[in-house]
Design a protein around this ligand. Structure first.
Ligand code: AMP
Length: 291
């Protein structure tokens, strides 16, 4: 693999703004195209696919690495969430990322928790939002802050977090943010398991069992022509066959509203699953076509 220049790691808002202003000036009148990829670090090949897409789209690529306390609930894995900054920077060097913005919590929230928050609205309260109250308000708040800090032309997100994508798209539109969003398809292991920073918490047996999530989505897609109930049943049977996988929700949503579809829905839809494998919460999704 080609090792390109190591990204510059910046940890304050002032230093990042100064660096970006300098970059704009250095390039003379022609405004560079700036791409922001927000992450929580512990980077894997899925994140790197997003970084590669960002590199294709932009003159300057900023990857933020920030484990955002605002989007973790009490009792969630904020303290134990993996933090691997040196390895992350080395991985991003192989893609040619220009800048890693890795602020501390104090830099992002100098007064403790931010008092002004973005509210996700009704779709923020269902599915992942029902399991993790406040999660999407916290996520949108930090994404809004990062956009205001970096002022990118493009923000890059992964389809892996489908509800997050829907809510970020909605926020960008509702609040007239300038950037466009680029959504990158889900990157999977051989065998189908969607890559996730949380997969490292799985032991061998759990990892094998976790493949049932993507297998369930494949089973659903293959019978989707017979309708919602058939698709849900096929997915449920595949997943329930794995005793180590405890299904939280399995639902088919309308991509336009992100609300569950009616039983007689026709046309494009998205199936979403969430499950606990041991104490690790995993999510996955796939487009299905309900003819
Ligand atoms: P995270 O660090 O988990 O917040 O993820 C940062 C970004 O990477 C989000 O936009 C995720 O949707 C995306 N992402 C994480 N895992 C994958 C994957 N397996 N495939 C595609 N995108 C992913």
């Amino acid at each position: 693999m080609n090792v390109l220049t190591t990204p510059e790691v910046i940890d304050t808002i002032g230093a990042l703004r100064t660096r970006l202003t300098g970059e704009r000036e250095r390039r003379g009148g022609a405004a560079p195209r700036l791409v922001l990829l927000p992450t929580m670090g512990a980077l894997h090949a899925g994140h790197l696919a997003l970084a590669r897409r960002a590199r294709e789209l932009g003159d300057i690529v900023v990857v933020s690495i920030f484990v955002n306390p605002l989007q973790f609930g009490a009792g969630e894995d904020l303290a134990s969430y993996p933090r691997t900054l040196d390895a992350d920077v080395a991985a991003l060097a192989t893609v040619g990322v220009d800048i890693v913005f890795a602020p501390t919590g104090r830099v992002m929230y100098p007064h403790g928790k931010s008092s002004t928050k973005v509210t996700a609205g009704p779709v923020g309260a269902i599915l992942e939002g029902a399991a993790r109250p406040g999660h999407f308000d916290g996520m949108l708040t930090v994404v809004a802050k990062l956009i205001n800090i970096v002022d990118p032309d493009v923000v890059v997100f992964g389809q892996k977090d489908a509800q997050q994508v829907f809510l970020v798209e909605t926020m960008l539109e509702d609040l007239d943010f300038r950037p466009v969003i680029e959504v990158v398809p889900i990157v999977r292991e051989d065998g189908g398991l969607a890559l996730s920073s949380r997969n490292r918490n799985l032991d061998e047996a759990q990892r094998a069992a976790a493949k049932a999530l993507s297998a369930g989505l494949v089973a659903a897609a293959s019978v989707a022509g017979r309708g919602v109930a058939a698709a849900e049943q096929a997915a449920r049977e595949t997943i329930d066959a794995q005793p180590l996988v405890k299904l939280d929700y399995l639902v088919v949503v309308d991509p336009l509203t992100f609300l569950p579809v009616a039983a007689d829905h026709h046309g494009p839809a998205r199936m979403l699953v969430a499950a606990l494998v041991g104490s690790t919460r995993l999510i996955d999704n796939a487009a299905i076509d309900l003819n």
